[in-house]
Ligand binder design. Structure first.
Ligand SMILES: Nc1ncnc2c1ncn2[C@@H]1O[C@H](COP(=O)(O)OP(=O)(O)OP(=O)(O)O)[C@@H](O)[C@H]1O
Ligand SMILES: [Mg+2]
Length: 152
């Protein structure tokens, strides 16, 4: 599924719609260049999970933890130099749990990502305008068929 958004609020709204549908143990991979809006999309997901806490980028601590309707682990693996580093923090115990896991820059640790997951890629559309983004949502695994009805 592909969505064109033209401001930050629309990205939050789409994230929130996804977040409100998520189930225990769901894994969401977020990829896209620096500053495309991955963390804003994650903020939307958190809103949809009824998390009241302020979501900050976990770049320096790799993972932040929140609790709403479900538990949320928000990873940013941009600064991870070697997948072994993230493996060492007990990555598997986080992602194979009842929590929802969001992983920014998951492509950096592709070999650690389970086959079945939701993947979101965000791209700037500079020719359309500074705040325009193309957000593509895909999934592997029937357990995620429920996302197919999302509309903006
Ligand atoms: N349509 C949009 N959706 C999301 N963010 C937007 C949009 N238009 C402009 N922005 C701006 O782009 C920036 C996105 O920042 P954000 O931290 O969410 O990106 P990121 O992809 O997580 O970056 P990083 O790779 O550094 O983690 C914010 O400053 C936001 O205000
Ligand atoms: Mg970010």
């Amino acid at each position: 599924m592909e969505f064109i958004v033209n401001n930050e609020s629309m990205t939050l709204e789409l994230g929130s719609k996804l977040g409100s549908l998520l189930n225990k143990g769901d894994i969401i991979c977020l990829n896209g260049d620096l500053g495309t809006g991955k963390t804003h999309f994650a903020k939307g997901i958190a809103k949809g999970l009824l998390i009241d806490e302020y979501i900050t980028s976990p770049t320096f601590n790799i993972v932040n933890e929140y609790t709403g309707r479900l538990k949320l682990y928000h990873f940013d693996v941009y600064r991870v130099n070697d997948p072994d580093e993230i493996y060492a923090i007990g990555f598997d115990e986080y992602i194979f749990s009842d929590a929802v896991s969001i992983i920014e820059w998951s492509s950096y640790i592709e070999e650690l990502i389970p086959d079945e997951h939701i993947s979101i890629s965000i791209e700037k559309l500079p020719s359309r305008g500074i705040d325009f983004r193309k957000i593509v949502i895909n999934h592997v695994g029937d357990r995620y068929n429920y996302i197919e009805g999302i509309t903006l």
